[in-house]
Ligand binder design. Structure first.
Ligand code: SAH
Ligand code: SF4
Ligand code: F3S
Length: 448
């Protein structure tokens, strides 16, 4: 490696979950704080941060094709290769192996160490190795700059890491042990986000409903207490949270759904499978029956709540009967939306070496059947919302002239013809429903 000037422009590309997107925003703020400017769309940046995801093989492999593309593009333009930083969960999982496999990579930085990115950039520019996959005891958050301008719907990480060790999952290894950010740090960041333009905040955590902390008075609080405190924040109209684990869904949090108007009626509560045998092999530590009873209690507290989930098909040992049980559970719940994935064996996880790995063709067929059912449910949910009056937060421009796109309380994408600007909270009537979105008509404007 040879020395080169410090980069003047940067681009951060995030591939992963919402927390990965949040980390990407924080890295961009950090680099901007160093005087670097974000490269304009389509312009080559002198520093490219690939903020990666390790959850499935396809996601993890994507980074290598991206690195190849970056190198090729700079060659074609006759320009110097940009400094390339690999951040995120692949960085944590693969560390120095990344540089062995892709020599063009200059920096490797894990998700708990990215507050040190400016330092790593300086080291790499000086031609020195720059790898940091520490999980330091002191949290990165204290070392990050204040929030700047954000969109109307912002993310806020409140909890990180996971102690659940589902047998298929890399997150406990890439993100480390469960930890909750302190109460005051979260409220301060929420205030800063509102000042920076947010009127909706989604609280993020790998197990966000396991969040715990102490309030100003030293009282122990759970996520419900935190949501109540955020509900009192002037200018914050909507609160969401994701992702939750069924076992951490407390009575108080369920009750909060019936009591706090700013807490949106949407719950992403992954169950993964409808077969108790598979749930056990996954180490999910709950049964399908417990899950269904939980959903009933949530619906009793908030009847219109939209339920979302994640499903894995083709976990090792999954039989046709196990898969049929998953379809039956999906039928029983009725989803407003959901994500479903083919099982992907991940290095270092217990499931990767289990017997009875499922053939790809079987996985394909199961995924297709499950997605067909989930798509029908989503369309059904959208159709059932016809005639509903609800708020819509306008988040961006639509494709058609005069069209804007926003989100309903149930996280549906809503198309609407309006000249209301991004960030407006409108009262809307749902007048048309498609498989993936609905259309609304403007009724009134709401002050956030
Ligand atoms: N912490 C969250 C989600 C983490 S990852 C939770 O527990 O719900 C998001 C989703 O990816 C998981 O819910 C699961 O459905 C899926 N996933 C995780 N590991 C996977 C693997 N090895 N193969 C396929 N899908 C996986
Ligand atoms: Fe992964 Fe399970 Fe933890 Fe979710 S709860 S992050 S699926 S180990
Ligand atoms: Fe991917 Fe890491 Fe998120 S593995 S899903 S970016 S926690």
């Amino acid at each position: 490696m040879s020395a080169r000037p410090l980069p003047r422009s940067f681009a951060v590309k995030s591939f992963g979950c919402q927390m990965n997107v949040y980390d990407g925003e924080r890295m961009a703020e950090l680099l901007a704080g160093q005087g670097m400017v974000p490269a304009a769309d389509g312009e080559a940046a002198e520093l490219v941060v690939l903020n990666t995801c390790h959850i499935r093989e396809k996601a993890a492999e994507k980074v290598y094709s991206d690195i190849g593309r970056l190198v090729k593009a700079s060659h074609a333009a006759g320009a110097a290769k940009p400094l390339i930083a690999v951040a995120g969960c692949v960085a944590q999982a693969e560390g120095a192996e990344i540089v062995q496999r892709a020599r063009a990579v200059d920096i490797v930085v894990g998700p708990q160490a990215y507050h040190r990115l400016p330092d790593l950039v300086a080291r790499a520019a000086a031609g020195a190795p720059a790898l940091d996959t520490d999980m330091p005891a002191e949290s990165k958050f204290g070392a990050l700059p204040a929030r700047r301008k954000v969109g109307p719907a912002a993310f806020l990480t409140v909890q990180e890491g996971c102690d659940k060790f589902c047998t298929y999952c890399v997150v406990p290894y890439t993100r480390g042990a469960e930890s909750s950010r302190p109460w005051s740090a979260i409220l301060n960041e929420a205030r800063a986000l509102v000042d920076a333009g947010a009127c909706e905040i989604t609280l993020l955590g790998q197990n966000v409903n396991a969040w715990t902390g102490e309030d100003e008075a030293g009282r122990r609080q759970g996520l419900d207490g935190l949501i109540r405190a955020l509900d009192r924040l002037p200018g914050l109209a909507r609160i969401r949270y994701t992702t939750s684990h069924p076992n951490d869904m407390s009575d108080a949090l369920i009750a909060a759904h019936g009591e706090i108007a700013s807490l949106m009626p949407f719950l992403h509560l992954p169950v993964q499978s409808g077969s108790d045998r598979i749930l056990k092999a996954m180490n999910r530590s709950h049964t399908t029956d417990a899950y269904l009873r939980l959903i009933e209690r949530v619906r009793a507290a908030r009847p219109d709540i939209a339920i979302s989930g994640d499903f894995i098909v083709g976990f090792p040992g999954e039989t046709d009967a196990d898969f049929a049980a998953t379809l039956a559970l999906v039928e029983a719940v009725g989803h407003a939306q959901a994500f479903s994935f083919k099982y992907s064996p991940r290095p270092g996880t217990p499931a990767a070496t289990m017997d009875d790995q499922i053939a790809p063709a079987v996985m394909d067929a199961r995924l297709q059947a499950l997605q067909a059912l989930l798509n029908r449910q989503q369309h059904g949910f959208n159709t059932a919302s016809l005639g509903r009056r609800c708020t819509v937060l306008i988040e961006r421009r639509g494709k058609l002239p005069g069209q804007m796109l926003g989100k309903s309380p149930w996280l549906q994408s809503v198309h609407i013809q309006t000249d209301a600007p991004i960030g407006s909270l409108l009262e809307v009537e749902i007048v048309a429903a498609g498989p993936n979105s609905v259309s609304g008509e403007y009724r009134a404007r709401i002050a956030a």
